[in-house]
Design a protein around this ligand. Sequence first.
Ligand SMILES: Cc1ncc(COP(=O)(O)O)c(C=O)c1O
Length: 432
Amino acid sequence: MRASEIRALFSVVSRPEVVSLAGGMPAVTALPLDAVGSMIGDLVSGMGAQTLQYGSGQGDPRLRERICDVMALEGITDASPSEVVVTVGSQQGLDLVTRVFCDPGDVILAEGPSYVGALGVFQAAEARVRHVAMDDAGLVPEALEEALQRCRAAGERVKFLYTVPNFHNPAGVTLSEPRRQAIIELAQRYDLLVIEDNPYGLLGFDHEPMHALRARDAERVIYLGSFSKTFSPGLRVGWVLAPLAVREKLVLATEAQVLCPPSLTQYAVARYLDTQPWREQIKVFTELYRERRDATLESLAALMPAGTTWTHPDGGFYVWLKLPHGLDAKLMQPRAVNAHVAYVPGIGFYADGSGRENMRLSYCYPEPDQIREGVRRLARVIEAELDLHSTFDAVDTGSFRAVAQPARPARGEDTAPLVGPAGNDAAEDPSA
Ligand SMILES: Cc1ncc(COP(=O)(O)O)c(C=O)c1O
C-alpha cells in the first residue's frame, strides 16, 4: 500500500493562501445545518436505545427500504431491501466486493483513468489492474472487448470490470446511453461481472438521472451507492446492491471487518430521507456545483495556453485537464503550489504510471471567485512551464548555445520528460 496523490496533498492545500482545486469535498455548508443538527439530537434523546446500540451487519431495515426508493430514481425498480448491504461509505463497499471476489494476481478491468480510492483497494488486494480507454462518451466498448480478448488470449481470468458511469472521477465524463447497452451486452457475451460505482448519478446539471447499468442487468451488475455527495460524507453511509448469493458473502465480510455499520448515522440518513426535502436539497447542491463548473470552464477557455485541453462535465465535481504536449503535471506540482494553486496530478489515477500530462481539477468546494483566481494562477504556471520547455528544447537542439551544455545521453536515449530549473525533480519518486 502507498499514500495516494491526494493524501500527500492534504497538508499543502489546507494553507489559506492556496486555492485548492485538488480535493473532492462536497459543499456541506449548503445543507440546512440547524435542521440536521436538531434531527440528530432528537435521534439520540428520543431513540438512544437503538441509535446508540449495535445493529444488524446488513444495516438498518428501514434505511435499506429508503435506499431502494433512492435507486428507483435511476431506473432500478426491482431492488429488494434484502439485496442491500449498508456500508461505511461506498469505499467500504468497494473493499468488501474486492475482498469477496479477488485473490492476489487476479485481473480487474477499470477505466483509464480511474478513481484513486478504488485503485488503492485493488492494490491492497494485490489485484492487477488493466486500464480500458475512455473518451468524452465514457468507457469505449470496443476497447473493453479488445481488453477482454487480450486477457482471454493470455489465459487471464478477469474478475470484474470496475466502472464509474456518471460524472466520472476524475474524468468528468458520462457513459452515453448506447454505450450502456453495448457494455451490458459485452458483459453478457463474455460472462463478465460489472461493479458499477455511482456516487454522483443524481448530481446532473442538465438532464434527469440516466438509467443505471444495474437497471439493465440485475445478475451481472453489483451496484455501489453513497450518501456522501447527496447528503454528507462525514456520516459515512453508503451501500452495495448485489444478488442474494453475493450479498450473503458481503455481510459475512462486513461483520468480520466492522461487526455492523454505525447505527446513529444510519438512523440519521433514514430520518433525513423521511423528514427533510432531500430531493430539493439535491437541486440546491446541483445549482451550486453548476455555477462552479461554469466558473471553471469559462476561466479555462479564457486563460489556458494553446495546446491545453479539458473535459466538459455536465454534472458531478471534476474536470480532467491535459497539458500541452511534453509537460508533466507531477513535476510541475511544486511550482504550482509555490504559485498558490493545487491540483491532483493525473498519474495517481492510473495503476500503470500513465497520466503524466493530465491533472484533475475539482470545482465542488471553492467559491466561483476562488476558482477563477485558481485557474488564473494555474494558467501562469503552465505558461512558465512552456517557456522553460521551449528554452530547454532550444538547448537540446543546439540552437541556444549561450547555456553551457552538460553531458547528455545521445539523442534517442534522452526520453525523460523535460524538467524545470530545479533539475532534480526528475529524481522525485512518483509514488510519494
Ligand atoms: C467514484 C467514487 N467512488 C467511491 C467514493 C467513496 O465515497 P464514500 O464517501 O461513499 O466512501 C468516491 C469518493 O470520492 C468516489 O469518487
